[in-house]
Design a protein around this ligand. Structure first.
Ligand SMILES: [Zn+2]
Ligand SMILES: [Zn+2]
Length: 147
């Protein structure tokens, strides 16, 4: 996951104005250890600075998503969550019980798919694969409850 410094330089290199409020939001992102919802982020940001409006927050979220600083993850439950991004092509493993998210470097799409995409004449393609399941720690807890 990107560090605070990496996030700042990603924004700087894009020529974006780093207002105090944006920096505060970036800083707040670091306090999450996994995924978080927009509401959770809003609560934490408001605690630090009540003058940050909802519109400012959502504009910042959009910008961070666009820059890859944040990644949005679709949950089967219907509530999308955010996670601090990381570099390189990767996919996510998500625990549906505790919300833990792990990056996986492996990509299920190889040459076959690339060839098909090329045949179809598409460029600048992207794809998302998210695997949802139950993490090891949550499996242990579940077993403990049954026993
Ligand atoms: Zn879990
Ligand atoms: Zn992939």
């Amino acid at each position: 996951m990107y560090s605070y410094q990496e996030m700042v330089s990603m924004l700087n290199s894009g020529g974006y104005r780093l207002t105090g409020q944006r920096l505060l939001i970036l800083e707040t992102l670091q306090s999450f250890h996994g995924s978080f919802s927009a509401l959770e982020l809003e609560k934490k940001v408001m605690k630090k600075d009540q003058s940050v409006g909802r519109a400012t927050l959502f504009r910042a979220l959009d910008l961070f998503l666009e820059k890859g600083i944040l990644e949005k993850i679709h949950r089967e439950s219907g509530d999308d969550v955010y996670i601090v991004g990381s570099s390189g092509h990767h996919h996510h493993l998500i625990c549906r019980v505790c919300g833990l998210i792990r990056d996986i470097e492996a990509c299920p799409f190889g040459e076959d798919l690339r060839a098909i995409v090329q045949q179809e004449g598409f460029s600048d393609t992207l794809h998302r694969v998210e695997i949802e399941g139950v993490c090891r720690a949550c499996q242990k807890k579940q077993k403990g409850r049954i026993a």
